[in-house]
Design a protein around this ligand. Structure first.
Ligand SMILES: NC(=O)C1=CN([C@@H]2O[C@H](COP(=O)(O)OP(=O)(O)OC[C@H]3O[C@@H](n4cnc5c(N)ncnc54)[C@H](OP(=O)(O)O)[C@@H]3O)[C@@H](O)[C@H]2O)C=CC1
Ligand SMILES: CC(=O)N[C@@H](CCC(=O)OP(=O)(O)O)C(=O)O
Length: 340
């Protein structure tokens, strides 16, 4: 089988990563890549690292053409703009993996409150599978539309959800402290992501107001069957890629050291068969997972709390790698194909 893939918003960072991953995928190939201003230019002129690897000319988006030539579209557009485009692609009969947050949340009210836009396709909010194959593979396999997870949420949901479901932690007192590389903010020109603003500096941002807080609440709640309260604080760090999340939870048991052992066993039971989740003995670092689709997770006792650590590559398991994993699941291909 060779899948034909369309890439929408190919000029950004996640688009580049998709193009690279597809260039070595044995059962899928990139056939259409779209852009606005750069339509008509070779994709390798926008992404010089694709020279010799991807020989395509960027095109304007044409949903009917994509429907006639492609099996699936990966939509790498910002939220708001993405929902409009996804709606047109789905109407034309294309199966879509959406990288934006437009279809991730269960509640339209929560979406419109946090994203401050009217949703262009409200009927699909709460009616779209969340693209985390570790929990939703059966639904992903049948889906016409998959909401690829947010990068920070992936790093928090994977460690937290099994523990919430197993009843090992107090779910009204969870602190997620995350650090991201600058590529998480996309390739567009923004003052806050310029070299001089970010180099040799670490800063928190959107404290108490980041839109990934409700996404973590929503998914840990859905998977765990509970109503969690998560405090989420993101930090921008002077590295290109990677996310490290340090998560503070209170165990239900007073024996914190024993509870750490239970946490580790719970993770091993939940993720033993999952190819991309590694429960490790060392303390995870972003360098250990850079350029891979893996998440590494570890737990330690600290006072009355357990500290959970998870590391991912925001552009891989946090975005484009996860999308390839989802594509594989949608088309009955082994999850690991093209990702090793
Ligand atoms: N970067 C990351 O680590 C992660 C990103 N995501 C999500 O993935 C999506 C893509 O992210 P990323 O690649 O980093 O973003 P970029 O900003 O790097 O790229 C987005 C691309 O979308 C196109 N675009 C921008 N605005 C519009 C618009 N209004 N209408 C149509 N097209 C537009 C642009 O292409 P052009 O102008 O050439 O048409 C641009 O290159 C976003 O929704 C993001 O939130 C999710 C997880 C992680
Ligand atoms: C470092 C950095 O700026 N990160 C981005 C994460 C963006 C992202 O991937 O989020 P969505 O897909 O949910 O839009 C941010 O905090 O906005």
């Amino acid at each position: 089988m060779s899948l034909s893939v369309a890439l929408i918003g190919a000029t950004g960072y996640t688009g580049l990563e998709v193009a690279k991953l597809l260039s070595v995928h044995p059962q899928a190939r990139l056939t259409i890549a779209t852009a606005r201003a750069d339509a008509g230019q070779p994709i390798a002129s926008v992404h010089p690292s694709l020279v010799g690897r991807v020989d395509l000319v960027l095109e304007e988006l044409d949903a009917d053409k994509i429907a006639s030539r492609c099996d699936v579209a990966m939509c790498c557009l910002p939220h708001g703009a993405s929902a409009e485009t996804v709606r047109g692609l789905c109407a034309a009969g294309v199966r879509v993996i959406d990288f934006s947050a437009d279809f991730r949340l269960s509640s339209l009210d929560v979406y419109e409150h946090w994203y401050k836009v009217k949703h262009p396709w409200p009927e699909r909010v709460g009616q779209t599978v969340y693209g985390l194959p570790e929990f939703f593979a059966d639904e992903i396999a049948k889906a016409d539309l998959v909401a690829n997870p947010g990068c920070y949420p992936t790093s928090a949901i994977l460690p937290l959800a099994p523990l919430a479901k197993a009843g090992l932690i107090e779910t009204d007192d969870i602190i997620v402290d995350s650090k991201s590389g600058v590529s998480g903010a996309g390739r567009g020109l923004k003052l806050g992501t310029l070299y001089c603003e970010t180099n040799e500096s670490i800063a928190a941002y959107a404290v108490g107001s980041h839109r990934h807080g409700p996404e973590i609440d929503d998914l840990v709640g859905r998977i765990g069957g509970i109503d969690p309260q998560v405090i989420f604080t993101p930090h921008l760090t002077p590295m290109s890629r990677g996310i490290l999340s340090t998560i503070y939870v209170r165990p239900k048991s007073d024996d914190v050291v024993g509870a750490v052992k239970q946490v580790t066993q719970c993770w091993r039971d939940c993720y033993g068969e999952q190819p991309f989740v590694n429960v490790v003995d060392h303390l995870p670092a972003t360098a250990h997972v850079a350029g891979t689709n893996y998440v590494q997770m570890a737990a330690r006792a600290s006072g009355k709390r357990i500290v959970l650590l998870s590391a991912i590559d925001n552009l891989a398991k946090g975005a484009s790698g996860a999308a390839i994993q989802n594509m594989n699941v949608m088309f009955g291909i082994d999850q690991q194909v093209g990702l090793n």
